[in-house]
Design a protein around this ligand. Structure first.
Ligand code: APR
Ligand code: PHB
Length: 389
């Protein structure tokens, strides 16, 4: 098979890119290792920046998001007794949209056939070849047969563990990484949220987040040491811990119920440079990871795809040979700013095992400053709603 862009991975990055290219009449094929059902079973964050909402609008795939998503005007930080509201609507004139990443993926997946976007699921042993040349190709096996897709460009949208980043020789790439000494234990439950807006809490027992998917479905997190086993966390134990860490006001409004999903995810900051090598572009988690504090993962994948699709349109439709080489710098400038914000919100809201009383006083002082300064709240708000692309 021959196409213009071979896309590896049908997560949000790969599907969004595929749709944007198809909407411009550019040929592409998406190759995914898992089944569609498996891709939809992964539960991830659910706060969308304007750039992500805007891409869904541009594709005309925003109807369900507009009907079921929850626009939020603000969110809250709490530290013991006080609740600091970050009024993002008043401070930035913008909103964020609470809508699960799973739902975005489903909307993109379901629209693929009618938009002429071919997605090949259950492709095993996907390998990238000749990425340094102008005629790269991918190979995979499916149903016992070997397949080959020849392309002009390969887009690596295959997440942190996929083969695309590995196809860039170690001599030309550089990875920057910070691993955190805790993970987030998340629970999803069909109970009403304890608050109409998100609450990020820094308690002496650790971090907690009250989030939601809908008026009847809640998503909560606590941070736990990486040595913890999920089997040791009964639902009751998680609810008890949430009630303590979120504080008495929120606790009074927590509705408990059986978890429908419960898992522990490690936290990591990671950036791989450059995000292009020859005819290979990296988008989304294949090139970078953020800790979930601030919910930037999906939104960064969306901004990468925005820059990548722009570059590919200029390349294929206007023969602009500078477009592809220009992609990494544009994407990385925004990636590093989101990395900084996610890292700083993580530092502010978690108790690190290596921190002592001095670091704790720094957190208190920073929260005092945020509570008292509109300039400080504006800086947080403009990062939370998403920096411009
Ligand atoms: N061959 C084909 N596909 C692969 C391979 C492979 N060898 N390895 C991984 N994939 C697929 C995965 O199965 C997954 O469906 O690539 C896809 C990558 O999707 P995500 O991990 O969701 O990454 P991305 O699309 O960049 O999304 C970025 O969404 O999933 C979140 O945490 C992620 O929030 C971040 C954002
Ligand atoms: C979520 O709802 O899953 C969520 C929200 C905000 C975050 C992280 C996760 O910062």
């Amino acid at each position: 098979m021959r196409t213009q862009v071979a896309i590896v991975g049908a997560g949000p990055a790969g599907l969004l890119l595929g749709h944007l290219l198809r909407s411009e009449g550019i040929d592409c094929v998406v190759v995914e290792r898992q089944t569609g059902d498996y891709v939809l079973s992964r539960i991830r964050a659910g706060v969308l920046e304007q750039v992500t909402v805007g891409l869904m609008e541009r594709l005309g795939l925003d109807a369900r998001m507009k009907a079921e998503g929850l626009p939020h005007d603000g969110f809250n930080l709490t530290d013991g007794g006080r609740l600091i509201r970050i009024d993002i609507a008043a401070l930035t004139g913008k909103q964020v949209m609470v809508y699960g990443q799973t739902e975005i993926t489903r909307d993109l997946m379901e629209a693929a056939p009618e938009r002429g976007l071919e997605v090949i699921y259950e492709a095993a042993d996907v390998a990238l070849h000749d990425v340094e040349s102008d005629a790269p190709f991918i190979t995979y096996s499916r149903d016992g047969a070997q397949h080959r897709i020849d392309a002009r460009i390969i887009a690596g949208c295959d997440g942190f563990h996929g083969p695309s980043r590995q196809a860039i020789p170690a001599s030309v790439g550089r990875a920057f990484e910070r691993v955190y000494p805790f993970g987030w234990l998340g629970v999803l439950a069909d109970v009403p949220p304890c608050n109409h807006e998100l609450i990020y809490a820094n308690h002496e027992r650790g971090f907690a987040l009250a989030s939601m998917r809908s008026p009847t479905r809640s998503r909560y997190y606590i941070d736990v040491p990486l040595t913890e086993k999920i089997e040791d966390w009964s639902d009751e134990r998680v609810w008890d811990e949430l009630a303590i860490r979120l504080g008495p006001d929120a606790a009074a409004h927590i509705t408990r119920g059986p978890s429908i999903e419960k898992s522990i995810a490690p936290l990591r900051s990671f950036v791989f440079e450059p995000m292009r090598h020859g005819s290979l572009l990296l988008c989304g988690d294949s090139a970078h990871i953020v800790p979930p504090t601030g919910a930037k993962g999906l939104n960064l994948a969306a901004s990468d795809v925005h820059y990548a699709s722009e570059a590919l349109v200029r390349f294929f439709k206007a023969n602009d040979v500078d477009a592809i080489p220009g992609y990494p710098d544009k994407a990385l400038a925004r990636v590093w700013k989101s990395e900084r914000f996610s890292w700083s919100l993580t530092k502010l809201m978690h108790r690190f095992p290596e921190d002592g009383p001095f670091e704790r006083r720094m957190q208190v002082a920073e929260l005092d400053y945020i509570a008292s300064s509109e300039a400080a709240r504006t800086a947080i708000a403009e990062n939370y709603v998403g920096l411009p692309v």
